[in-house]
Write a protein that binds this ligand. Structure first.
Ligand SMILES: [Zn+2]
Length: 512
């Protein structure tokens, strides 16, 4: 562990289970084990889902920065679960297979790769382990047999069900108690279910027609219920008690309550899985722009196609605390692109002021993208900092340690850049250290990478940069007709000039 890792602010996280902010104490000293619920791979990931992985990645990077070795497991749900969390409705994977006229296994493989590619574009570190549901069917059957033997299940014609009255405090994680709630009117209730909150452990295939994905089991051919895989895989790889379980806030009400019930029935009541449960809030769209009819900004590739760099989306996520709703707007996103570009530009001019940049290559050598568990030695900061530098980094540490308060930690980047009493090299070392946590690739990205890629390809990114510069010169020289001609050319290429606006808005993608 590095010197810095041993000091600094005590980490405190909000635990959804206890509903308060608590001091974070890993079970094993300097090792943290995290399980994150992954996607069901029947479609491209929605940017609201991607927010969950930017959050988890920031959590992991910050723990690394504090000297923790993090073992991180994310699952891939490639067994279709149903269009409702309530075990009714149609199988999402089977539906995708029908509509895309592809084999269900091809669907799973295709969207798994698309998801991983999204994460890599968002600079999300590869987890220590990707665990795939279909690789664990036998483990799930064995787990379900233990549940059956312990008397918490019952069998119906449709499969094996968990009786949620058999575990104490079922659903205590949920914000909304579900007792007495009727199953949604949209889906058929399961005949014979004893309690509304009971859920499928094993879904038996319907007698008519064969499912594309099904396995033999003691309860007939079929597929595991969705909640089972997370209990089985988290326990297999992280143990029956690990440190943090993450997921979107929508998982808090049903999926995670069911995981906890399964864990308790399997391993004893003390074993609810994780010590800490952390949930990120929704990404919401008041503008309606994410809908297909109004332009469709719902996937990462749809943003990229409009000239938004994926790391601008990462920056947008970091600009709102993970437990708050993140309000999506394309204008905000365009503003974050400009902010990112300014940060990259400032760092590049600081770099020009220092003689050697050998230290800047260190982060890459640490294996940022390697899947192995590792700690970040504070190599970039081994040299002693000045009291001003210490103060900046301590401020950053304080905000991040308080339940990952990224919106209040981000301004430390600007404060460092603009600091009047630090030399360029010390600024760079501090910025590099902060970016280990933010993951914005401030040192690896070039300004031209962030330049807009005009849709009509008549202009290259560097040509755009040149035109922007020429336009500025024309304006300074009061040659407004030339400035206007350049503006029109840029406009045709999908770039809107933001003269007379907030100073940070030099230009943005033309929002159409
Ligand atoms: Zn899960």
């Amino acid at each position: 562990m590095t010197e810095y890792a041993n000091k600094g602010t005590q980490i405190r996280f909000f635990n959804s289970m206890t509903r308060r902010i608590e001091v974070f104490k890993p079970i094993c000293d300097d090792q943290t084990r995290i399980y994150s619920c992954g996607p069901t791979v029947y479609n491209y990931a929605h940017i609201g889902n991607l927010r969950a992985y930017v959050f988890t990645d920031t959590l992991r990077r910050f723990l690394n920065w504090k000297g923790q070795t993090v073992t991180h497991v994310i699952n891939i749900t490639d067994v279709g679960h149903l269009t409702s969390d309530e075990d009714a409705g149609e199988d999402k994977m089977e539906l995708a297979s029908q509509s895309m006229e592809k084999d269900i296994w091809q669907i799973a493989e295709y969207f798994t790769q698309a998801f991983k590619s999204d994460l890599s574009q968002l600079n999300v570190l590869r987890p220590t382990l990707w665990s795939t549901a279909t690789d664990h069917i036998h483990d799930m059957i064995a787990f379900a047999r233990v549940l059956e033997d312990s008397g918490v299940t019952y069998e119906l014609a449709t499969g094996l069900y968990f009786d949620t009255t058999k575990v104490p405090n079922y659903g205590s994680l949920a914000l909304t108690p579900r007792e007495g709630q009727e199953e949604g009117a949209r889906v058929d209730p399961i005949a014979g279910k004893r309690n509304a909150t009971d859920f499928a452990i094993w879904r038996r295939s319907p007698s008519e027609g064969k499912r594309q994905m099904e396995w033999l089991s003691p309860w007939g051919p079929g597929a595991p219920g969705w909640h089972l895989e997370c209990s089985v895989m988290s326990m297999k790889y992280l143990g029956s008690r690990f440190d943090i379980h993450t997921g979107g806030i929508d998982h808090r009400e049903i999926h995670h309550c069911n995981e906890i019930a399964q864990n308790q029935a399997y391993a004893g009541h003390a074993h609810s899985g994780a010590n800490g449960w952390m949930h990120n809030n929704f990404l919401i769209d008041r503008s309606g722009k994410m809908s297909k009819s109004k332009g469709d900004f719902s996937t990462l590739s749809s943003l990229i196609a409009r000239g938004i760099h994926p790391l601008a989306f990462r920056l947008m996520c970091l600009s709102t605390h993970y437990r708050s709703e993140l309000e999506f707007s394309i204008e905000t996103l365009a503003g974050q692109l400009v902010r990112l570009k300014r940060l990259v530009g400032a760092i590049s001019s600081l770099s020009q002021q220092v003689e050697s940049d050998s230290w800047m290559r260190i982060p890459a050598e640490l294996g940022f993208s390697s899947g192995a568990a590792f700690t970040y030695p504070r190599t970039v900061l081994e040299q002693k900092l000045s009291p001003h530098g210490e103060k900046l980094l301590d401020g950053f540490d304080r905000e991040m340690s308080e339940d990952l308060m990224t919106p209040r930690a981000l301004p430390f980047l600007d404060e460092t850049i603009n600091h009047g009493q630090l030399c360029a090299e010390e600024k760079l070392r501090i910025l590099a250290s902060m970016d280990l946590v933010f993951g914005l690739k401030l040192f690896e990205t070039r300004r031209c990478d962030l330049a807009l890629r005009p849709k009509d390809a008549s202009l290259s990114a560097s040509e755009v940069e040149v035109l922007l510069e020429q336009r500025q010169q024309s304006r300074r020289a009061k040659d407004f007709s030339n400035a206007d001609a350049i503006r029109n050319r840029l406009h045709a290429a999908g770039i809107e000039m933001m003269d007379g606006q907030e100073p940070s808005w030099e230009w943005r993608p033309l929002l159409r």
